[in-house]
Design a protein around this ligand. Structure first.
Ligand code: HEM
Length: 177
């Protein structure tokens, strides 16, 4: 291991991430078929449990998992995005300021998707609840594509494999430009 390596993502955060990605993908693929509805519902409950866990972990988890360490104001987001166009882009060991808001948006949309899905499945509310469930899930899928593009872009800008970091938990302490 390089002496410059620093542990950033704790094990619960990493497990949460890959389980969330898998349950979301599975629920998306099974959502349109009556035959797979039980599987879809089970994946949905697991997804909801994961989101609930992450909301709590955002207050009591490891240093870089806490909301207080990565939720920054609009000024910080603008500065970070502006710095990407310069020769010395800002480097953040945890989530960058733009990524921090993407995390909140993913957790927020995930919550709406899961709650509206529960209501739809249990016939609570009308047709609009089903529309809300499907709309929130589609918005989440769009955000996931943006999220993956941003991870690739950020990995290239900082010459650091962020996907590997989400598997091993380790990142580089210093920036490479
Ligand atoms: C192949 C697909 C995916 C890859 C490669 C990927 C990669 C990553 C990486 C590298 C990070 C850390 C970003 C950073 O360094 O700041 C991250 C964070 C995150 N990703 Fe993904 N992701 C994928 C799919 C998803 C999906 C499908 C979801 C949601 C359904 C998702 C939700 C999140 C969330 C919520 C975080 C924040 C983690 C935390 O702090 O708990 N990701 N992702």
């Amino acid at each position: 291991m390089s002496p410059d390596a620093i542990k950033v993502w704790d094990l619960p955060t990493r497990l949460f991430h890959w389980l969330l990605a898998s349950t979301f993908a599975g629920a998306w693929l099974t959502g349109d078929s009556e035959r797979w509805m039980v599987v879809h519902t089970l994946l949905g409950y697991t997804f909801a449990g994961l989101i609930a866990f992450r909301l709590v972990w955002g207050f009591v988890g490891g240093r870089h998992a806490r909301f207080s360490s990565f939720v920054r104001g609009p000024g910080a987001v603008k500065r970070y995005l502006g710095s990407l166009l310069t020769r010395e882009p800002e480097h953040h060991v945890g989530h960058n300021p733009a990524g921090g808001w993407a995390v909140l948006a993913l957790l927020g949309l995930g919550t709406v998707t899961a709650v509206a899905g529960y209501a739809t499945y249990n016939d609570l509310g009308g047709h609009w609840v089903e529309e809300l469930h499907e709309g929130a899930a589609s918005a989440m899928l769009a955000l996931v594509f943006i999220h993956i593009s941003a991870v690739v872009l950020s990995s290239l800008v900082h010459r650091e494999n962020l996907v590997r970091a989400m598997i091993t938990g380790f990142k580089r302490r210093r920036a490479l430009h």
